[in-house]
Design a protein around this ligand. Structure first.
Ligand SMILES: [Zn+2]
Ligand SMILES: [Zn+2]
Length: 330
């Protein structure tokens, strides 16, 4: 899905007589935090904070509803006969609520994650490698760099990504011990849908009217958020697809090192003597890693085609870059 799309508003519009304004508002809040989870899916801390906030808000929907239902005899009857028994016996709601209680007392949720590295073409996974366990604090950027290192030299993606739309991606699954085998965001989205139905029914019990909850087009239901692909972080990949002529990098007077990651401690993959040149596609400035380093996809060093370790970083100051002409593939 495209990230950062705002949630569809379920409280806006004309609603003359809401039987449960507080629970309705909390439903909107829970919906907002689903979008936060989706947007921050590849940033472990932010994801965890958003999950915690979703659990709080979703529990508040039912707590407020219990209070608000009491104000109207019709809604109260519906709540006691229909809603409460349903909510009380829902296994997922029970588990999520017990998690919420824990998060109040504990510093962190015990979120686990594992990931699958895949070869993608036009956004679709074509081939996957065996699943790897991933430390819960590994962010998406680091996971993608690790994935590139692991697939280097395998006959998977072309080293220069010459096939339009081809790239490496990481599909990550956040799973809680209490809900084995199920991606937690999906469980939360299903829970939101259950709560949305309950609030819808509350409106109906109150006035017989169907309050409109437009759910059709909302971005959170589209999926795809578990995957992070190279082109999302490294625009130089799309430049290679477009067959733009590469940039020329000339090593400065201290030489030029091409590294596996954007830090001096990263493994050195290629090294150029002062004045030596390389050709490749250099990425734009990014906030994903510390300033001072640029990313690139190498094509050649001198006249020699680079066949391995083509996805690199280098100290921006150490190279003089002359941009290649931006031309389009015919
Ligand atoms: Zn949504
Ligand atoms: Zn309402």
């Amino acid at each position: 899905m495209s990230r950062n799309e705002p949630p569809v508003n379920w409280t806006g519009g004309v609603e003359p007589e809401c039987p449960c304004p507080s629970s309705h508002d909390k439903l909107q809040e829970a919906h907002y935090f689903i979008h936060e989870m989706v947007d921050k899916y590849h940033q472990p801390d932010e994801f965890r904070f958003s999950l915690s906030a979703f659990l709080q808000a979703s529990r508040s929907v039912t707590l407020f509803l219990q209070v608000e239902a009491a104000a109207s005899p019709a809604v109260r009857q519906w709540y006691e006969r229909t809603a409460q028994p349903q909510l009380a016996t829902d296994a997922d709601l029970k588990i999520l609520n017990s998690l919420r209680v824990q998060t109040v007392h504990r510093a962190a949720l015990a979120v686990n994650s594992h990931a699958t590295i895949g070869y993608y073409r036009y956004g679709m996974c074509r081939l996957t490698l065996p699943m790897v366990q991933m430390a819960p604090d590994t962010d998406g950027f680091t996971a993608l760099i690790m994935a590139r290192m692991l697939v280097d030299g395998l006959p998977l993606a072309n080293p220069q990504r010459v096939w339009s739309g081809e790239e490496i991606g990481v599909d990550r699954q956040w799973v809680l011990e209490e809900l084995p085998g199920r991606e937690i965001t999906k469980v939360c989205i299903d829970t939101l849908e259950k709560l949305r139905r309950v609030i819808f029914d509350a409106h109906e019990a109150h006035s017989g009217l169907h309050f409109e909850f437009p759910t059709g087009g909302c971005a959170h239901g589209r999926g795809g958020y578990t995957v992070l692909r190279e082109s999302e972080l490294f625009p130089e990949i799309s430049r290679a697809w477009e067959a733009e002529s590469p940039d020329r990098l000339v090593a400065g007077r201290n030489g030029l090192k091409f590294l596996a990651g954007p830090s001096p401690a990263s493994p050195v993959w290629h090294e150029l003597a002062p004045g030596q040149h390389a050709d490749g596609w250099v990425g734009p400035r990014s906030t994903q890693w510390g300033s001072g380093y640029s990313s690139a996809l190498l094509r050649s060093i001198g006249r020699k085609l680079v066949e391995r370790r083509t996805a690199v970083f280098f100290e921006t100051q150490a190279a003089q870059v002359s941009p290649g002409r931006r031309r389009r593939k015919r």
